[in-house]
Design a protein around this ligand. Structure first.
Ligand SMILES: Cc1cc2nc3c(=O)[nH]c(=O)nc-3n(C[C@H](O)[C@H](O)[C@H](O)COP(=O)(O)OP(=O)(O)OC[C@H]3O[C@@H](n4cnc5c(N)ncnc54)[C@H](O)[C@@H]3O)c2cc1C
Length: 296
């Protein structure tokens, strides 16, 4: 299997690669095998090799919505990042490979005078993760502008139009079926580049003001419960600043857990459980994690 994976000429295979290097939380034990993917064919082939050898495969993007267990992942982790990050603009249509950063995509759209992706300017994920999660902020979400994706499903490359993507709140057919986004296309609207950039800067300013961006985190830990805001419930339960080990509920934004030193995944997991139990006892609301937990 190792020989087959190392023969993927445009990708790079690593053994026992610390996942803390690949998550914005800066937490996570080693991935038994880690492939930095360089092209679509390598992703397809790597998935097939892993399947043949009975090894679980996990595809990640920029690692900005992940909590990886301290004991690591006995799996092949396929990272779709810089090696697959091309962006192609054609009129009002933009197609980006899954590894392109959402921030770069929105800047590129702005440079071409294309509006619609301003909301994504400050989301630290990639196009693949953003599409799979239907990422959103400040009233916008991927489903507003997505026209379709190229993906791998059941070992085959397929084109999925947006209406078949089953995009919901932080949900998609990709997550449900364990598919892999290779690229995604967006329909945008012409506008003045300076005005688009201004809007992106304003949203990023609001983000810097409200979010604890100087500490490692995975963004909002919990999904927004129907009729409530997770951050407000957590703050209302007196949990701002609550700490287990080096994992702390951000005093700035209670929806974030921040790594204030050398937090372990177990610190974060215990804090998540403590928050869920406390909020449930106080308000009867069950908080569901938005952060994807791997290896627990
Ligand atoms: C400071 C901060 C602020 C944030 N703000 C926001 C925000 O405003 N709005 C928001 O929605 N999110 C936000 N997030 C969370 C995160 O950035 C998004 O969920 C983002 O879309 C995740 O993309 P990623 O590439 O990092 O995915 P990862 O974290 O690597 O993966 C997330 C999930 O997507 C899957 N996945 C990744 N790539 C692919 C692919 N190519 N094909 C199939 N599945 C894939 C993974 O298996 C995993 O289940 C924030 C995070 C941080 C740290």
């Amino acid at each position: 299997m190792i020989e087959e994976l190392t023969s993927l000429s445009r990708s790079h295979l690593m053994e026992n690669e610390p996942m803390e290097k690949h998550t914005t939380f800066k937490i996570g034990g080693p991935a038994r095998w880690f492939l930095d993917a360089g092209c679509e064919e390598d992703v397809e082939r790597a998935l097939s090799i892993a399947k043949t050898h009975g090894l679980p495969a996990i595809v990640i993007g920029r690692g900005s919505n992940l909590l990886v267990a301290d004991r690591g992942l006995d799996a092949l982790v396929i990272e779709i990042g810089n090696g697959m990050s091309q962006i192609h603009v054609d009129g009002c249509s933009v197609t980006a490979q899954a590894g392109a950063r959402l921030s770069v995509l929105s800047q590129e759209a702005a440079r071409h005078g294309l509006s619609g992706l301003e909301f994504a300017a400050g989301i630290p994920g990639g196009v693949g993760g953003g599409t799979a999660m239907n990422a959103g902020a400040y009233g916008g979400q991927m489903s507003d502008v997505l026209t379709g994706a190229r993906a791998i499903e059941d070992g085959r490359i397929v084109k999925i139009p947006a209406q078949d993507m089953e995009l919901g709140y932080r949900q998609s057919r990709i997550l449900k079926r364990n598919g892999v986004v290779l690229s995604a296309s967006f329909a945008l609207t012409p506008d003045d580049p300076a005005r688009i950039t201004e809007r992106m800067q304003e949203l990023n300013r609001r983000r810097r003001e409200k979010q604890p961006l100087s500490f490692p985190s995975a963004g909002s830990v919990f999904k927004r419960p129907e009729g409530y805001f997770a951050g407000a419930l957590i703050e209302g339960a007196g949990l701002k600043g609550c700490r287990i080990g080096d994992a702390m509920v951000s005093p700035l934004h209670a929806g974030f857990i921040v790594n204030v030193g050398h937090a372990t995944a177990e610190d974060v997991r215990s804090l998540i459980e403590h928050i869920q139990n406390t909020v449930y006892q106080k308000d009867g609301v069950r908080l569901e994690t938005e952060v994807r937990m791997l290896g627990f």
